[in-house]
Design a binder for this molecule. Sequence first.
Ligand code: NAP
Length: 296
Amino acid sequence: MTEGFDPWDEIAIIGIGLQGASIAINARERGLAKRVVVGDISKTNRERALELGLCDYATADLADAVKNADCIFISVPLGAMASVGQEIGAALKSGSIVTDTGSTKQSVIKDLGSYIPSDVHFVPAHPIAGTEYSGPDAGFLTLFQDRWLIITPPPGTDNNALNRVRNFWEACGSMIEIMEPAHHDQVLAVTSHLPHLIAFAIVGTASDLEDHLMQEVVKFSASGFRDFTRIAASDPVMWRDVFLNNKDALLECSARLSEDLARLSRAIRWGEGEQIESLILRAREIRQALIEAKQV
Ligand code: NAP
């Protein structure tokens, strides 16, 4: 048992993919919950979760999954948050806590929050920790270790519930930041959503090349392209939902990027070496700042 965390008698994890499975492994290996129940629409993933020992019980009936849980972790794609809320709302135990791992926070508060009864605490959260893999086999113990976990409490959030969620994530090795939901969505648009959008676009551009060029791209991919393909291998459903649920902040970022790209292209066209060099220098400084903040 992790010292300092009073374990929950029962937790429910709705969606046993990369995030849900990593939560289950942490809960079990660190003794943060006495019993783990899984609710998931996928029969294959439920069966695999039981095989891997991630939970004591798994069901497709989400109301059944949450009915005795002290804390419920919702880790389904953003587009499924509202339907999950609708299925579990009436079954939630009075005094229990609902939290989530969704990558955008305003949309989750709108889609899920409206189904949470007033005697249940809602503490929206987002682990800034992921990989390009999905499903229960993708989960691992150290996913959240030394990673940020952002909590975006709506006004009036119960302090004890917020602290329980904070302490759970601290026990998983996370560092905690509290943020306004809108601010979270703006920050993540820059740090996560825009880089994914760029990676999907670049890999798409390459795949439209004529056959003989494409073969060379694969052969010589180590010169930069390869790093983009790792990000571009991410789950299509998850990223479709992230883009659609953070539309305003993402479109603002991509408009700025288009301007910056046009400025850089112009500098290349007109041979403005100094301008090109100063832009690359600024980018290097940002990389250095990440290294100093131990985020690399
Ligand atoms: P994942 O590996 O694809 O797992 C999601 C699980 O939820 C799958 O088992 C899926 O079944 C199931 N599911 C889908 N719709 C459902 C529904 N209506 N009811 C019950 N179960 C349902 O996803 P993930 O990567 O763990 O992501 C989960 C959440 O965390 C998302 O909101 C995502 O934005 C967020 N997040 C992801 C990352 C990352 O890097 N992956 C990082 C931070 C936050 P099927 O496979 O049959 O669809």
